[in-house]
Design a protein around this ligand. Structure first.
Ligand SMILES: Nc1ncnc2c1ncn2[C@@H]1O[C@H](COP(=O)(O)OP(=O)(O)OP(=O)(O)O)[C@@H](O)[C@H]1O
Length: 268
């Protein structure tokens, strides 16, 4: 059964899309079958994986609002194990349209049910808000991965996000976990980056990934070529760090599923 990970932080520009695209690509390159699901109306994760949004007949909006089968919108990418459920700007309307729908926060979970077993990982790129799209992602997800930018006010809003995760655990998804916290755009030459990293580690403890994503120009250039960094420049630092993150995520997933199996055995 595929593991669903929501890449989320309501703060804008912290590296959600960069992480969704590159973590998905690195997991796929390591042999996992991956679906990158774009839930951000900006659709940058879709174009970052080479999807021509103008040529699409339908996108994740049609799945959420019109009940389209998600299998019908899935696109292939340049990597053989990597697939995309794309978003276009049409999705911007969904936040308002979802309000009128019964059980509105469980629509994505239901849509994923039929395809979850086909993938090893489903990575969801969330929008920079805590609205109904993010609520759908957190309800459908097994875990949330939180990127935090090593900048001023890094932790601002994080307690609100943790509160939202707690509410989701108490209401629509009791099994939701925090997958991990990822430090992004780290610049080791500045005291600020080092300070932020320390603060985040104090707040989240062992949940913080050992892999830290530095500022890397290749990571910011790759999206304009519609390629993940491991395709655009496989020898870059950006490619190395996202490969390392993918290894951590895969290792944690293996350990978690072993723990779950052992627990089940004990209960039997
Ligand atoms: N490690 C990095 N090094 C250099 N540039 C980066 C890095 N990570 C992200 N960027 C750049 O920073 C900008 C914001 O990143 P990204 O789009 O991934 O953030 P986001 O959280 O998804 O944004 P939004 O909240 O708008 O969806 C982009 O231009 C991206 O190319």
């Amino acid at each position: 059964m595929g593991k669903v990970i929501a890449i989320t932080n309501q703060k804008g520009g912290v590296g959600k899309t960069t992480t969704s695209v590159n973590l998905s690509a690195c997991l796929a390159k390591s042999g996992k079958k991956v679906l990158m699901l774009d839930l951000d109306p900006q659709g940058n994760a879709s174009s970052g994986l080479g999807i021509d949004k103008d040529s699409l007949e339908s996108c994740i909006y049609d799945v959420l609002i019109d009940g389209e089968d998600i299998a019908n919108i899935i696109q292939l990418t340049m990597l053989k194990n990597l697939f995309v459920a794309p978003a276009t700007i049409q999705l911007a309307g969904a936040e308002v349209e979802l309000v009128g729908i019964v059980s509105r926060e469980t629509i994505l979970k239901k849509a994923l049910k039929s395809i979850k077993k086909e993938y090893d990982f489903i990575i969801i790129d969330c929008p920079p808000s805590l609205g109904l799209l993010t609520l759908n992602a957190l309800t459908a997800a097994d875990s949330a991965l939180i990127p935090i930018q090593c900048e001023f006010y890094a932790l601002e809003g994080v307690s609100q996000l943790v509160k939202t995760i707690t509410i989701v655990q108490q209401t629509s998804n009791k099994d939701l976990e925090i997958e991990g916290v990822l430090l992004t755009m780290f610049d080791g030459r500045t005291n600020l980056s080092i300070q932020v990293a320390e603060e985040v580690k104090k707040f989240f403890g062992t949940k913080v990934y050992k892999t830290i994503i530095p500022r890397n120009v290749r990571l910011s250039e790759a999206p304009s070529y519609g390629e993940p960094v491991i395709v655009y420049d496989p020898k870059s630092k950006g490619a190395a760090v996202y490969n390392s993150l993918a290894k951590e995520v895969a290792k944690n997933t293996k350990e978690q599923s072993k723990k779950t199996k052992d627990k089940k055995k004990q209960e039997e």
